[in-house]
Design a binder for this molecule. Structure first.
Ligand SMILES: Nc1ncnc2c1ncn2[C@@H]1O[C@H](COP(=O)(O)OP(=O)(O)OP(=O)(O)O)[C@@H](O)[C@H]1O
Ligand SMILES: Nc1ccn([C@@H]2O[C@H](COP(=O)(O)O)[C@@H](O)[C@H]2O)c(=O)n1
Ligand SMILES: [Mg+2]
Length: 209
């Protein structure tokens, strides 16, 4: 059984490698506006948006054998083992038929980062980092109203702790490699997107380099 699954996984990796997929990691704290800005980027730049959190929530709804474990992790603001999340990301990349992806909310810790690279061989083109003060993120999450089980103050505080302890080091890792494009995410949505466009527009990038 393990061998069949491993072979399928290797096939998926080979197929993604053949396509020479382009990946941008979209990172930032809970409520910093990753999903909001990804929707804008998709409209303008032809990327497919894959939110790791959305994929995990869909996996719960699908009645998968991992559903209960994932649900408990999300309620506690904890990071699901990368084996599960990477498989969902690979599947979604293959199904999309696209070769350009915004991977939102991943990698969330060192284990996510190292295993994604090891398993897929994919290095991000760059990391889009939405930088936002905690008080503003908290305000946004508490008024998001999308029925998310983790948008309550107890879980939000746990998510902030995980972000500080586990996710920021990943951003620092990519920063040391010169891959981070930092955006001031505390501004209104339209202003944030203006800053995002500068990153995605190659001619503007050349001028400012
Ligand atoms: N620049 C902004 N100014 C004010 N509100 C914003 C801004 N960007 C997003 N929002 C709102 O804040 C909430 C959180 O945004 P969003 O879902 O995009 O964040 P996220 O980073 O994807 O969060 P999570 O990590 O929890 O998935 C939403 O209700 C969204 O409409
Ligand atoms: N790489 C990831 C991403 C997310 N999770 C879990 O999902 C929760 C919600 O994520 P959002 O990006 O939608 O906010 C998050 O708090 C984690 O519990 C994960 O495990 N691994
Ligand atoms: Mg989101």
């Amino acid at each position: 059984m393990g061998t069949v699954v491993d072979a399928a996984n290797q096939g998926a990796n080979q197929s993604l490698a053949d396509k020479k997929v382009k990946v941008v990691f979209v990172l930032g704290g809970p409520g910093s506006g990753k999903g909001t800005q990804c929707a804008n980027i998709v409209q303008h730049y032809g990327y497919t948006h894959l939110s790791a959190g959305d994929l995990l929530r869909a996996e719960i709804k699908s009645g998968s054998e991992n559903g209960t474990m994932i649900q408990n992790m999300i309620k506690e603001g904890k990071i699901v083992p990368s084996e599960v999340t990477i498989r969902l990301l690979q599947q979604a990349m293959l199904e999309s038929g696209n070769d350009r992806f915004l991977i939102d909310g991943f990698p969330r810790n060192e284990e996510n980062r190292a295993n994604f690279e090891l398993v897929t061989g994919i290095e991000p083109e760059f990391v889009l980092f939405f930088d936002c003060p905690e008080e503003e993120m908290e305000r946004r999450l508490l008024s998001r109203n999308q029925g998310r089980e983790d948008d309550n103050i107890q879980t939000i505080r746990k998510r902030f702790n995980v972000y500080m302890e586990s996710s920021l080091p990943v951003i620092e890792y990519y920063n040391a490699k010169g891959k981070v494009r930092k955006i001031d995410a505390a501004k209104p949505v339209e202003e944030v997107f203006e800053a995002v466009k500068v990153v995605f527009n190659p001619s503007t990038e050349t001028v400012s380099a």
